[in-house]
Design a protein around this ligand. Structure first.
Ligand SMILES: [Zn+2]
Ligand SMILES: [Zn+2]
Length: 280
């Protein structure tokens, strides 16, 4: 209490404040006791007290206004419910009357339709929660509905949070599984890459070997070609000499020059050349 005397159990208003630590307040008589030992300075807080009294009165008046508003609102609602009840009672009275006179009046409402109407009402079973909540929303000064709604929201958020945590846990597990699979695939890929490199090297070596062999064979072929060209050349030379010798011999032996078989033609023809007989 702002105006409570520092002296324990003192019921008097403390309207004197001294300059001791924390500025304690005392009633008049206890301040005299206190000042004897403390030798402190004091001041009156009458003005603050008067202002605070005014503020208290304003707050009290606001509370009273709220009380009056609450009562007025309740009276309106009571009046509305009362009117509704009056109408219901009037309606029920008419139904009782209709069922009573039914036996005398042929065009009156049938008992069956009255009974159907009654069974369809189910007044007690009607949902009162919504109305209760509506009334609380309208009248409640203690924020019960707000607190309830807040608690419901908190509960929902906790459930959602739990679900999200479960989902997060599941996703984390899936990520771990995928990371392991990725690691295994990467290892397999690296192994395959080594195999491919090895195969490539083997193929390159084979290709190089084949190329070297082709070069070697080509060189051998060129050597052979040169060798056989020389042999042919020598053979042709020998043939030419032999042919010249042969022609000489023919001339000496008296054979017609026209009949002389050319050695190179003879190679093309299959006929046998016979020497022409000498005429006597
Ligand atoms: Zn003091
Ligand atoms: Zn006192």
């Amino acid at each position: 209490m702002a105006y409570k005397c520092l002296q324990k159990y003192c019921p008097e208003l403390a309207l004197i404040e001294c300059n001791c630590p924390n500025n304690p307040r005392f009633c008049h008589s206890h301040y005299i006791d206190h000042s004897v030992s403390s030798k402190c300075y004091s001041r009156s807080v009458d003005k603050e007290y008067a202002i605070d009294l005014m503020r208290i009165n304003e707050t009290k008046n606001a509370i009273i206004k709220l009380r009056d508003d609450s009562i007025n609102l309740a009276e309106k609602m009571i009046l509305m419910i009362n009117n509704c009840l009056k109408n219901n009672l009037k309606f029920i009275k008419n139904k009782i009357k209709a069922s009573s006179v039914w036996i005398y009046q042929t065009n009156s409402e049938s008992l069956e339709s009255i009974n159907n109407w009654i069974s369809n009402q189910k007044l007690i079973k009607r949902d009162q929660d919504q109305l209760n909540r509506g009334i609380l929303k309208l009248f409640d000064l203690n924020n019960i509905i707000c607190k309830e709604e807040y608690e419901i929201k908190i509960e929902k958020l906790e459930v959602e949070n739990k679900k999200l945590n479960e989902k997060l846990e599941e996703t984390t597990q899936n990520v771990k599984i995928l990371q392991n699979e990725l690691k295994i695939t990467r290892n397999i890929y690296q192994e395959k890459e080594v195999d491919i490199e090895h195969l490539k090297k083997v193929q390159d070596d084979k290709l190089t070997g084949a190329l070297n062999k082709i070069i070697f064979l080509e060189e051998e072929r060129k050597k052979d070609e040169e060798k056989y060209r020389k042999i042919i050349f020598e053979s042709e030379k020998e043939c030419k000499i032999a042919l010249e010798n042969y022609e000489k011999l023919l001339k000496q032996s008296g054979y017609s020059e026209n009949k002389i078989y050319r050695l190179d033609d003879g190679l093309k023809k299959s006929s046998v050349i016979r020497p022409e007989k000498r005429k006597y």
